[in-house]
Design a protein around this ligand. Structure first.
Ligand code: ADP
Ligand code: 3PG
Ligand code: MG
Length: 393
């Protein structure tokens, strides 16, 4: 058992809460605020108990100057002010006088959101490499550290593991809830089927090695599928392929071909837009310049057959480019199939969660975890660094 926020006297204390506000944003609008909503119980508790609350979060990945503007957390501060019914202070920087003054001005029960922690990645990847100086600087701003960012718990970054190691610490309510739920998956009712899609191929491909041991079947969609198909010698046109992981996929197919189910057709186009002409092909007739953006109807049928007898389904990553309506079909039809049959469905991952919500399945699935990579690594049986750093009680 880990220490929790409830183990501390919070009144007048500067409490740093690491949340995961890495929400999908399109054209300056938050597409799905679930991760923000689900952080509210912990923030509310700290406010009610008269803490001076300092929120830290990352947003997106920051590599270039342009990424700074794209991943500015101000939009989240504005949204949080609205849903929290209390103005949320925002510091537009991750270090320096403005931030320190903001922290010093905090009154009991006030909340300050600090700029995207990954602004510190622009020069020297300080956040993502858990830079010691950065972690001690941030830790110097607070008295207690609470980690409620379950979705980031698989990262050992300065804002979670770095600060966590330097301050009295505990987990928040969301972290506790997620862990309680995922523990239940350890004795999942069989057949246990995993569906893996999405685009973070190099991040996620490794979990397959462990999932083949835990699951009875793994259905692969999204961009992940094309690295596997390519490894099998299929033609995939311009579809996303993670060439560094081709050998890994070959090995997986060699040891677990009977468990891994791959697409047999796809919805392809030369451009990733709604308007660009598209067609359904099997992989023998895909053209060089075409890219697969969704699974085809034969694959949807095949995946539904594979899921018919499943008792537990864990699903990470959308099966197609769900941001574009015509490529939502596989994700929507499989969600529809599973929920009509009232299967035990656990979704993990920001984008699959937001797609399920958008398509009207939020109330119909069993549980939606805020974690993507974190949920997968947990299921792999890996120790999550963001959790490990928190003191046992
Ligand atoms: P999650 O957030 O659920 O863990 P990821 O972040 O790994 O999922 O991936 C989500 C992204 O994957 C979406 O933006 C979607 O457009 C993209 N995607 C899905 N299928 C494809 C595909 N065939 N080609 C390119 N991108 C894809
Ligand atoms: C997520 O969305 O899975 C988490 O916020 C972690 O983001 P990352 O994969 O960019 O570290
Ligand atoms: Mg995602």
């Amino acid at each position: 058992m880990k220490k929790t926020i409830e183990d501390y006297e919070l009144e007048g204390k500067k409490v740093i809460i690491r949340v995961d506000f890495n929400v999908p944003i399109k054209n300056g609008t938050i597409q799905d605020d679930s991760r923000i909503q689900k952080s509210l119980p912990t923030i509310n508790y700290a406010v009610k108990n008269q803490a001076k609350v300092i929120l830290l979060s990352h947003l997106g990945r920051v590599k270039t100057e342009e990424d700074l503007a794209k991943n500015n957390l101000k939009i989240v501060a504005e949204h949080l002010s609205k849903i929290f019914n209390q103005p949320i202070l925002f510091s537009s920087v991750t270090r320096g006088k403005e931030l320190e003054d903001d922290v010093a001005s905090l009154e009991n029960g006030q909340v300050l959101l600090v700029q995207n922690t990954r602004y510190e990645d622009l020069e020297g990847k300080k956040e993502s490499t858990n830079d010691k100086n950065l972690a001690s600087y941030w830790a110097s701003l607070g008295d207690i550290f609470i980690n409620d960012a379950f979705a980031t718990a698989h990262r050992a970054h300065a804002s979670n593991v770095g600060i966590g190691a330097l301050l009295p610490n505990g987990v928040g309510f969301l972290m506790e809830k997620e862990l309680n739920y995922l523990k239940k998956l350890e004795d999942a009712k069989r057949p246990f089927v995993a569906i893996l899609g999405g685009s973070k191929v190099s991040d996620k491909i490794g979990v397959i090695e462990n999932l083949v041991l835990k699951c009875d079947k793994i259905l692969i969609g999204g961009a992940m599928a094309f690295t596997f198909l390519k490894a099998e010698g299929k033609e995939v046109g311009k579809s996303l392929v993670d060439s560094e992981n081709l050998a890994f996929c070959e090995r997986m197919l060699k040891i677990a071909r009977e468990k891994i189910v791959l697409p047999i057709d796809a919805h392809v186009s030369c451009e990733m837009t709604e308007a660009s002409p598209s067609r359904i092909v099997d992989f023998s007739s895909i053209e060089q310049e075409e890219q697969a953006f969704d699974l085809g109807p034969e694959t949807i049928k095949l995946y539904q057959e594979q899921l018919e007898s499943a008792n537990t389904i864990f699903w990470n990553g959308p099966l197609g480019v769900v941001e574009i309506e015509k490529y939502q079909v596989a994700t929507e039809e499989i969600l529809d199939y599973l929920t009509k049959l009232q299967k035990e469905v656990i979704l993990g991952g920001g984008d699959i969660a937001s797609a399920a919500k958008h398509l009207g399945f939020e109330e119909k699935v069993t549980y939606i975890s805020t974690g993507g990579g974190a949920t997968l690594e947990y299921l792999e049986g890996k120790e999550l660094p963001g959790l490990k750093v928190i003191t046992d009680k």
